[in-house]
Ligand binder design. Structure first.
Ligand code: F6P
Length: 422
């Protein structure tokens, strides 16, 4: 997918920070967000190169800056990862993320010199965390599952990882250079400090970073109950619910009461009748978002897929050839929908409480594609059936998913796949 603004210069984000400060978490979140928005992005994690080249299970003193063999091996794998990043950027990658501690000025200068020599724009992203409970949770939540500690007693592993951190602390030089471009995230976004951040993409990334947190909560995504337009097999429109759709709305109310207990869950809908009507059965405060309205089918709004095929065969063929980029005349493409829902994504990231979103097929494909890190090309084809709730629980490196079919069964929903294969 082409990025949403003309791209001027390739960008490299260089992570900085002590171990267990959430660098990999942040790097992966940034990569998922950027790829979803159409910027080809890849993370180069130096830890993975170290595990591959010198073995996973290294004692803490391997990381002692006074251990020459350890230092030599660590520098070697860091440069290998950087070589791969440079090679990937040379092949047309738009954003490279260099995920390593990069915790000394000397190392950052070395990395910067090589990136600048390749004509790349560089932004450092430092993660600072002084909250011992967060560090402890991070060690227990992610590090103990890493191959570095496979089969090692958890308490022993934690003690070893703390020794490893202490070695890094001895040599750590936080980002201070006023001439460099950087963003520093302190205590998971409690404070965000920026220096020389210029241009559209770096500014958007800072905004995104400002809204991240690691509080676990559930997000429920559902389409509206079956609408009268669904019964007729028509695209778009603004019809109300069918009798089956009304039954779904009632079941959705029972489902949420059971899953959320006493929690008063905010509900977001589109501005279209079918989602507002579905949400009204939940008896909870709800907010309509224009950005959650269904894909605008333009001149095809109100047609069935068959009518679309017969009346506009060329457009139909173009959509079949490229469903992601095809823009309905006077309407939208899936790419347009992704751009439109981007502010909703940032707002969802910001929420710390559970959230229910009642929206539409195409729009939910776009949201779901973000959370499950789906390739842009696959987004228009994702399975988001009627009368089904998708429960997402975002966690450190992605999101887990459960689906609940609440019924009633819809006999048959005409689908684009079926229409386009005939
Ligand atoms: O059919 C229901 C619907 O929400 C339409 O309003 C919309 O045009 C369509 O689904 C989107 O699905 P697809 O992109 O597969 O045609």
């Amino acid at each position: 997918m082409s990025p949403d603004v003309p791209h001027r210069r390739q960008l490299v984000l260089v992570m900085v920070g002590l171990p267990a400060r959430g660098k990999t978490y942040t790097a992966r979140k940034l990569a998922r967000y950027l790829n979803w928005r159409g910027y080809a992005t890849r993370v180069f994690n130096v830890g993975n190169y170290r595990r591959r080249d010198v073995g996973a299970q290294k004692p803490a003193n391997f990381f002692d800056p006074k251990n020459p063999a350890g230092l030599e091996a660590r520098t070697r794998v860091a440069m290998e990862a950087l070589d791969d990043l440079l090679a990937w950027m040379a092949q047309g990658g738009l954003v490279g993320i260099y995920d390593a501690t990069n915790s000394t000025r000397a190392r950052r200068e070395l990395v910067l010199a090589r990136l600048e020599a390749a004509g790349l724009r560089v932004v450092f992203v430092e993660s600072v965390c002084n909250d011992t409970s967060v560090i402890e949770a991070n060690i227990r939540g992610t590090k103990l599952r890493s191959p570095d500690y496979k089969g090692v007693d958890p308490d022993e592993a934690v003690a070893d990882f703390r020794r490893r951190i202490a070695f890094y602390e001895d040599a750590y030089e936080p980002l201070e250079d006023p001439d460099l471009s950087w963003v520093k995230i302190v205590d998971l976004g409690r404070q965000v400090v920026v220096n020389r951040i210029q241009g559209y993409l770096p500014s958007r990334l800072v905004y995104f970073l400002m809204n991240l947190h690691t509080v676990e909560r559930r997000i429920w995504l559902t389409r509206h109950g079956q609408s009268l337009a669904n019964v007729a097999g028509c695209l778009g429109g603004d019809s109300g619910l069918s009798p089956l759709g009304e039954r779904y709305a009632a079941r959705l109310g029972e489902f949420l009461a059971e899953r959320a207990g006493d929690e008063r869950v905010p509900v977001w809908t589109s501005t279209l009748r079918r989602t507002i009507q579905t949400a009204s059965a939940l008896h909870l405060p709800s907010s309509p978002w224009r950005a959650l309205d269904e894909i605008d089918a333009g001149k095809c709004d109100g047609l069935t897929y068959d009518e679309f095929h017969r009346r506009y065969p060329d457009d139909f063929a173009s959509r079949k050839a490229d469903k992601l980029r095809f823009r309905y005349p006077r309407g939208e493409s899936y790419q347009d929908v992704v751009r439109r829902v981007e502010p909703v994504i940032v707002e969802i990231e910001r929420q710390r409480r559970p959230l229910m979103i009642v929206a539409h097929q195409a729009v939910l494909r776009a949201l779901y594609g973000y959370f499950l890190d789906k390739a842009p090309e696959s987004v228009p084809h994702l399975d988001v059936p009627l009368h089904t709730v998708i429960e997402l629980t975002p966690h450190a490196y992605g999101a887990s998913e459960r689906r609940f079919f609440l019924g009633p069964s819809v006999e048959h929903e005409p689908s684009w796949n079926e229409a386009s294969s005939s």
